[in-house]
Design a protein around this ligand. Structure first.
Ligand SMILES: [Zn+2]
Length: 387
């Protein structure tokens, strides 16, 4: 995949740098662990530091001293997920209370209000009111200066009924057309003058006919790549793979396919690559690292198919376990990450984790992100061997 800032080898795992930082890592760390591209979140960067300040320092690249490609999301997902309050609870909290039940209609519980024009929302930081339209989202992404930008979309909860999902999908399609127009109005360039690739996002929740229609619609737009979004993607892998199989023959073969928010567990990446996808991002590796979960395992092959082999459930080594308190081995003796190569022991990481020392977060995040980046490199080699 070629961007204004050079080539990206796919499949590619993109570490998430929500606020122009991959949590606990500095820019040099991210380069050293081999990340080819990182993700920034439009919603967060728009609120802080804000687009005026970003423009004065050369956008997200200038701010964080990062010279490789950046992808920004449209802000839609955060507007909905952070703005949504159901009876005073967030969407996630409500889902835990009603794991099987149907949630109330979005419009009736949300502090963000969706109209056909866009989304009114309240900042989760200071309560100020804002309004995102497709044009506004593209404008902000031009000011952030990413190399790949996303069309504005509505991420519909899987529990939404067919009628609501239909309405939301029509809106997402109209917004995609408007996003394309806003992108073309600026000659497809950022405010800094470089080309920005635009991706469309396929929605439709778990309704097959809506997903297929959405894939068809997005494929006909003059976009550079196609993404699949939605609540299921990356969280429910059986559902994710099912959705991917519906889209397999509809999405154009010559454009990159991006699974948004996918990559919490190493095996997820493998499953998505086998389903034909090329690009992935997830906060999982760094969030899990901070909570004491370190990936452990390696890519193996069985019956001609790759899988992530590990003695641990979901390849998750829990560094807080007492068993590691006196373990002098690195996390993984065969890992090429800085933390493992430098010789930091499980005992040391266990101690740093138990005492909540800041050094722990960096060393653990370096390992987990490197496992995902290396896995995408190994999957590329595996794919090359198949042809
Ligand atoms: Zn390591």
């Amino acid at each position: 995949m070629t961007t204004a800032r050079g080539q990206i080898q796919t499949p590619v795992f993109m570490p998430v740098g929500t606020l122009a930082t991959v949590k606990s890592l500095d820019t040099k760390d991210i380069e050293d662990l081999g990340a080819q591209i990182i993700l920034g979140n439009t919603y967060h960067l728009y609120l802080r530091p804000g687009t005026d300040r970003l423009q004065q320092v050369g956008g997200m690249h200038g701010l964080m001293n990062w010279s490789r490609p950046i992808l920004t999301d449209s802000g839609g997902f955060q507007v909905f997920s952070l703005g949504k309050q159901i009876e005073g609870k967030t969407h996630d909290e409500m889902r835990k209370l009603h794991p099987q039940g149907k949630l109330p209609n979005i419009q009736s519980f949300s502090t963000s209000k969706i109209t056909d024009e866009g989304v009114h929302f309240t900042s989760h930081i200071d309560g100020t009111k804002h309004f995102f339209t497709p044009e506004k989202s593209i404008e902000i992404q031009q000011q952030i200066g990413a190399d790949i930008i996303m069309a504005f979309d509505e991420c519909t909860p899987d529990q939404a009924d067919a009628h609501y999902t239909r309405e939301a999908l029509d809106r997402t399609h109209r917004w995609a057309r408007q996003s394309v127009a806003a992108w073309e109005n600026r000659d497809r360039k950022s405010v800094y003058g470089h080309y920005q690739a635009l991706f469309g996002i396929v929605q439709g929740a778990m309704h097959r006919e809506l997903r297929e229609e959405s894939a068809q619609f997005m494929s006909e737009l003059p976009v550079d790549g196609l993404a699949v979004g939605g609540e299921t993607i990356g969280y429910n892998m059986a559902g994710t793979v099912e959705v991917m199989s519906w889209l397999q023959d509809i999405l154009p073969a010559d454009k990159p396919r991006y699974a948004m928010g996918l990559g919490r567990d190493p095996q997820n990446l493998i499953d998505a690559v086998l389903a034909g996808f090329d690009m992935f991002d997830c906060v999982g590796p760094t969030r899990l690292a901070r909570n004491g979960t370190l990936y452990f395992g390696k890519l193996e092959e069985k019956d001609g198919l790759p899988f992530f082999d590990s003695p641990y459930n979901k390849a998750r080594l829990q560094i807080g376990n007492l068993a590691f308190a006196t373990d002098n081995n690195p996390i993984d003796v065969s890992c090429d990450c800085y933390t493992c190569r430098a010789g930091y022991s499980r005992a040391y990481l266990h101690h740093l984790f138990r005492t909540s020392e800041l050094t722990y977060y960096r060393l653990a995040s370096i390992h987990n992100v490197r496992v995902m980046v290396r896995l995408s490199e190994e999957l590329r080699s595996w794919l090359e061997r198949q042809t």
